[in-house]
Design a protein around this ligand. Structure first.
Ligand code: C2E
Ligand code: MG
Ligand code: MG
Ligand code: MG
Length: 292
C-alpha cells in the first residue's frame, strides 16, 4: 500500500512541475468555481459499425465551457483534476450522467445502444470506485452490459494485482472493459491474458497516416489479428477519411470512431442524429442501399 502511494505521488509530482505553473494554478482555482457554477458538460461521440455506419454506442467526452476562456480542452483540465483529486468528483458525475443520458438516447433511437466512459488512473484506484459504479447503475437503471469503461494501459500497470481485483468486480457487474489508446502505453501483452478485457481501442496515432504508412498498417493488422484470436472487439479511433475507414474495414475492424462518422457533440445533437437514423431505418432495404 505504501509502495503504491509512493508511485502515485511520483506521478503527481512530475505532473505538477511540468506545465507552465502560474497558468495551471489559476486554471486550477477556476476549476473549483466551475464545478459550483456548473460549467462542466458532456459531449458524446458516435462509435459506429464500420460496415453499416450505424451508431452502436457513444463515448462520453468531458468539456469545460469557461465564461471567458471558452472551451477548455480535456488535455488541459483532466491532468489538473487528476493531480488535485477533483477527477473523482467529476468522474463520478460523468459516469452517472452518461448512464442516464444513454437511457434517453435509447428512447429516441428505439433500439439498444451502449455508453463508453473514460476512467482516469486516480478514479480507478480510488477506494470508492466500485460504489460510484454501483450508484451510477442503480440511479440510472442501466444494466452493466450497456456500459463500457475505458482505461489505459498505464492504469493497469500501476498496480496489476489491484487492477485485477477491480476488473473482475466490474466483469461481475457485466460492464465491459476497453483499453484506450491501445499500443501507446508502457505495458506487457500478458495483461490481455490476465484481465477480463473486451475491447481494444487503437490509438489515433496509428490511424492518422493510413493508408500510406506501411508501419502503421503493420501495427493495425497485428492488433486486429491479436484481437480476433483473443475474441476482442476493436475500435479504430480518430478515423477522419474514407480511405482510413476502408482500410480498417477491409482488414476486419468492426467499429470506427472519428470525425468522419461523427465529432463529439452535445446530447441534443446526438439525439437528432439518432432520430434521423431511426427514420432511415424505416426505409425498405433497397432504398437504404441506394442511400449508402
Ligand atoms: P480519448 O479517451 O482517447 O478520447 C478520444 C479523443 O480523440 C477525444 O478528444 C476526441 O475528441 C478525439 N477524436 C475523436 N475522433 C477524432 C478524429 O477523427 N480526429 C481527431 N483529431 N481527434 C479525434 P478530447 O475530447 O479532447 O479528449 C481527450 C482526452 O481527454 C480523452 O482521450 C481522454 O483521455 C480524456 N477525457 C475526456 N473526457 C474525459 C472524462 O470524462 N474522464 C476522463 N478521465 N478523461 C477524459
Ligand atoms: Mg477514451
Ligand atoms: Mg482513446
Ligand atoms: Mg486518446
Amino acid at each position: 500500500r505504501a509502495k503504491e502511494t509512493g508511485k502515485a505521488r511520483c506521478v503527481v509530482y512530475s505532473a505538477r512541475h511540468s506545465g507552465p505553473p502560474e497558468h495551471d494554478i489559476s486554471l486550477e482555482a477556476a476549476m473549483f468555481q466551475a464545478v459550483r457554477e456548473g460549467e462542466f458538460l458532456l459531449y458524446y461521440q458516435p462509435i459506429v459499425d464500420a460496415r453499416t455506419r450505424e451508431i452502436e454506442g457513444f463515448e462520453t467526452l468531458m468539456r469545460w465551457r469557461h465564461p471567458t476562456l471558452g472551451m477548455v480542452p480535456p488535455v488541459r483540465f483532466i491532468p489538473i483534476a487528476e493531480t488535485n483529486g477533483l477527477i473523482n468528483l467529476l468522474g463520478a458525475w460523468a459516469l452517472k450522467a452518461a448512464c442516464v443520458q444513454l437511457k434517453q438516447f435509447e428512447e429516441v433511437a428505439k433500439r439498444s445502444l451502449y455508453i463508453s466512459v473514460n476512467i482516469s488512473p486516480r478514479q480507478f484506484r480510488n477506494d470508492k470506485f466500485l460504489d460510484v459504479l454501483d450508484d451510477a447503475m442503480a440511479f440510472s437503471g442501466l444494466p452493466g452490459e450497456k456500459l463500457v469503461l475505458e482505461i489505459t494501459e498505464g492504469t493497469l500497470m500501476i498496480d496489476p494485482a489491484h487492477a485485477e481485483t477491480i476488473l473482475t468486480k466490474m466483469a461481475d457487474r457485466k460492464a465491459r472493459i476497453a483499453i484506450d489508446d491501445f499500443g501507446t502505453g508502457y505495458s506487457s501483452l500478458a495483461y490481455l491474458k490476465r484481465f477480463p478485457i473486451s475491447v481494444l481501442k487503437i490509438d489515433r496515432a496509428f490511424i492518422r497516416d493510413l493508408p500510406g504508412s506501411q508501419k502503421d498498417g503493420a501495427i493495425c493488422n497485428a492488433v486486429l489479428d491479436l484481437a480476433k484470436h483473443l475474441g476482442l472487439n476493436v475500435v479504430a479511433e480518430g478515423v477522419e477519411t474514407e480511405d482510413q475507414l476502408a482500410y480498417m474495414q477491409d482488414r476486419g475492424c468492426q467499429y470506427i470512431q472519428g470525425y468522419l462518422t461523427g465529432k463529439p457533440m452535445a446530447a441534443h445533437v446526438a439525439m437528432a442524429a439518432l432520430r434521423e437514423r431511426t427514420y432511415a431505418n424505416l426505409m425498405p432495404p433497397e432504398l437504404r442501399q441506394v442511400q449508402a
